[in-house]
Design a protein around this ligand. Structure first.
Ligand code: HEC
Ligand code: HEC
Ligand code: HEC
Length: 124
């Protein structure tokens, strides 16, 4: 009986801990600030945007193919925050969701996270 009570107490502590953790987990902020249409339907983008981009990267670097619809610079131009001009930062379109999903990108070591209109002389 004592063991049972101890287990119950332990379970209660664990449950409280979990509820606490869940309550503190930041939800991704997906701000759409600019008018216009995405390159694909929202559902497709949520699921497959990485395939579009990675496939495009292979084709661009290997075959020199550059098309507008799946351009990374295009994503950034449209999705950059009006406040920061960037897709990175705490509420940045790309970063917020990736932080939530635990995804890290190396893209920004070479590509600018800033919209071109707001970053004159930026890297590709
Ligand atoms: C080591 C440097 C480097 C890294 C890291 C890198 N790229 Fe690139 N990327 C380039 C260069 C150089 C080009 C060709 C320049 C151009 O097209 O203007 C390019 C072109 C592209 C293009 C076609 C041009 C455009 O703006 O759409 C896409 C798409 C792209 N990269 C996606 C990515 C993605 C996604 C990542 C991260 C997963 C990434 N790249 C990481 C160097 C890099
Ligand atoms: C011309 C502007 C424009 C361009 C370019 C663009 N998007 Fe979008 N994107 C939007 C809009 C507007 C929405 C919201 C659509 C809706 O919810 O109806 C959206 C939605 C999304 C979503 C889903 C967000 C959610 O609600 O979960 C992702 C992911 C996304 N875009 C990624 C990208 C990527 C990656 C690129 C580049 C390959 C890109 N977008 C290019 C305007 C754009
Ligand atoms: C609605 C949430 C969401 C938004 C917004 C979003 N992503 Fe993602 N992204 C994800 C998730 C989740 C994954 C990981 C998917 C997987 O591992 O299968 C991912 C993966 C990626 C990858 C592949 C990473 C790798 O190395 O495999 C690239 C590239 C990428 N995202 C680019 C972008 C860019 C650029 C933007 C902003 C224009 C963006 N994403 C916005 C959710 C999002």
């Amino acid at each position: 009986m004592k063991v049972f009570a101890a287990l119950l107490a332990l379970a209660a502590v664990l449950a409280a801990g979990l509820a606490f953790a869940a309550g503190r987990t930041a939800k991704p902020v997906v701000l759409i600030e600019r008018p216009g249409q995405c390159v694909e339907a929202t559902e497709v983008m949520r699921r497959d945007h990485m395939k579009l981009l990675l496939h495009q990267r292979d084709r661009t670097v290997r075959d020199g193919i550059r098309t507008k619809p799946q351009s990374l610079a295009g994503c950034v131009d449209c999705h950059a925050s009006r406040k920061t001009g960037s897709v990175l930062g705490e509420q940045g379109f790309c970063q917020s969701c990736h932080a939530y999903a635990g995804v890290r990108l190396d893209c920004w070591e070479c590509h600018t996270p800033k919209a071109r209109a707001q970053a004159a002389g930026a890297k590709p």
